[in-house]
Design a protein around this ligand. Sequence first.
Ligand SMILES: C[S@@+](CC[C@H](N)C(=O)[O-])C[C@H]1O[C@@H](n2cnc3c(N)ncnc32)[C@H](O)[C@@H]1O
Length: 247
Amino acid sequence: MAALTNPVHESGALPRSDLQRRARRVAGTVLGRPTPMIEPGVEEYAERHTSRESADLVAVADDTRRLTDQSYMMSGAPQAHFLATLVRLGQSRNVLEIGTFTGYAALAMAAELPADGRITTCELSTRHAAIAAVHFAASPYAPRIDLRVGPALPAIEALPGPFDLVFIDADKGGYLGYLEAVLPKLAPHGVIAVDNTLHNGLTPRDEIDRAMLRDLHTFNAAVEQDPRIDQVVLTVRDGLTLIRHAR
Ligand SMILES: C[S@@+](CC[C@H](N)C(=O)[O-])C[C@H]1O[C@@H](n2cnc3c(N)ncnc32)[C@H](O)[C@@H]1O
C-alpha cells in the first residue's frame, strides 16, 4: 500500500529540498487542479474510506464537470465532509461561505444545519451562481441557503453575524479583506476555515499559481503575526487553515 512505501511515513519529516522535489515530480500530472500534497494513492484511499456523498452532492459534481471546465475549483468530497463535520461539531446555526462556485461545499454544510439554521453563500459569477441556484432549489435544504450574487465584501458588510463558521474560498487577493470583515462578526466559539493556503504544495506551475502563492504567502504571514487569532494550517487537500479567536 502506498502509505508503507512513503518516506514521509517511514522516516518522519523530509528535508525541505526533498519535499520540493517530490512536489515538483507530481506537479503536472493533474494540471488544472491542485497537486495533492500527499501521494495521490493515499488521497484516493482517504476518499474511498470517507462517508459517501449524498445524491444531491453527486448531482452538483456531475453538473459542474458537464457545464464548466473548472471542476477543480470544487471542494473535494473529503474536504466538504470535513466542513460539514465542523458545522455539526460547532452546533452551527449561522454559516457564511465566501465563494460559492457551483454550490458543492454550501450544500454539504447546509445538510448539517438545524432546520432553522442558515448558510449565506456569496458568488461573484452569475454563471456559477446559476448552477448553484438550481441545485439549492432542488435540495431539501433550500430554505436554509441564502445565495448572494455579486462581490462578497459588500455582502459581508451588510450581514450582522455572529457567524459560527465562515469558509473563505474566493479570490486569494481578497483573503485579508475577508478576514478583517468577518473577524468582528465571528461568534466567540466560531471558526474561520480558509482554503488553498498551501496552494499546490507551495509549488507554482505557472504565472497564475505564482501570483496566487504571493497573495497566499502575504495572507499566511499576516495570520501568523496577528495576536487577535489562533490558527492551525492543515495539510488537507490544497491547504486548509482553521482560525479562531485567541484565548
Ligand atoms: C474555489 S471556487 C469556490 C468553491 C466552493 N467554495 C466549493 O467548495 O465548491 C471560488 C469562487 O469564488 C468566486 N469569486 C471570486 N471572486 C469573488 C468575489 N470577489 N466575490 C464573490 N465570489 C468571488 C469565483 O467566481 C469562484 O466561483
